[in-house]
Design a binder for this molecule. Structure first.
Ligand code: C5P
Length: 301
């Protein structure tokens, strides 16, 4: 256990889903998924400091974040992560958590899960729990379906309800595995993941080679080819239910993005661009009333 007051600050990235296949509803009410999850260079900063016993959470944010969407602290995933680790490893010490939010809340980019992933990693270090990455991912899975992927880091294939993670480009360098650029937009309304899954209706799913092709194009950063194999089985339902999300996707297309997709269960949408300069051009032509940001994918850990 590091001494009281010891602190760690983690830049924890948001994710997008380049593919999201909903394979069916499971007996436990969750849905079986297969998804290529990719972290991007939009991060929250999570600072964890050890305390004698008390647990506290403070949040600051960039101007585009609506903190009223975050709900009460005791329901916050970070809070729950601290309690889970305390109980599981019989830790008496507490933790002070500060989150600086940049990732839209309720935006399908895993912001809350990214913060919880950072708390698990941070406390593992500060409380010297010596948990392996796999153990931290298992703990994360108890709290939320996106957390194992974000504890793992880098591009992953996510399966099950989110708990089975395969790293896609393990051991590869950034030269071999080139990232690409995309513009993320968010219409300023949250989507409820539970609602979106509840309204999911089985439909056409992509042929099996889609996933194989996606992995190959992502690895070599062939962004024009990636555009042809984007898929999100939740998109149709979300666009119907939340017209502002569909409009945001339309605006990205009109601004010149060449492959636009809903991220996760929404409400963020992203559009692929050729390179940074093209991304800047797209951002200039987007209406300022639509929040948007140019980011780069982070395929390797
Ligand atoms: O696991 P998490 O708390 O992030 O999930 C939020 C909600 O989304 C769940 O309560 C469930 O309704 C839905 N969900 C699902 N299948 C998944 C993941 C989430 O139905 N694989």
């Amino acid at each position: 256990m590091k001494q009281e007051g010891a602190s760690i600050s983690i830049e924890t990235p948001a994710k997008i889903n380049l593919t999201l296949e909903v394979l069916g509803k499971r007996p436990d009410g969750y849905h079986a998924l297969r998804s290529v999850v990719m972290p991007v260079s939009l991060t929250d900063t999570v600072t964890v400091t050890t305390t004698s016993t008390e647990i506290s959470l403070a949040v600051t944010a960039e101007p585009w974040i609506d903190l009223s969407l975050m709900g009460p602290p005791e329901k916050n995933l970070c809070f729950r992560a601290v309690h889970l680790l305390q109980a599981r490893y019989r830790v008496e010490a507490g933790a002070q958590i500060h989150i600086h939010k940049r990732i839209p809340v309720g935006g399908g980019m895993g912001g809350g899960s990214a913060d919880a992933a950072a708390v698990i990693r941070g406390l593992n270090d500060l409380w010297e729990l010596t948990l392996s990455r796999g153990e931290m991912m298992e703990l994360g899975a108890e709290l939320g379906s996106d957390i194992p992927a974000l504890v793992h880091g880098g591009a992953v294939l996510m399966e099950g309800r989110g708990e089975f993670i395969t790293g896609l480009f393990q051991g590869l360098s950034e030269e071999t595995c080139r990232g690409f650029w995309l513009v993320v937009a968010n219409p300023g309304i949250p989507c409820s993941t539970a609602e979106v899954f509840k309204n999911w209706k089985a439909g056409l799913t992509p042929p099996p080679h889609f996933l194989h092709n996606m992995l190959s194009f992502v690895r070599t950063g062939q962004v024009d080819a990636v555009a042809d194999v984007l898929y999100n089985g939740l998109q149709e339902g979300v666009f119907e239910r939340y017209p502002l999300v569909a409009q945001a996707a339309q605006q990205l297309k009109a601004a010149g993005c060449f492959g636009v997709l809903l991220s996760g269960s929404g409400s963020s949408v992203f559009g692929l661009v050729r390179d940074e300069a093209h991304g800047q051009e797209v951002c200039r032509s987007l209406d300022e009333s639509l929040w948007h940001i140019l980011v780069r994918t982070c395929p390797v850990v």
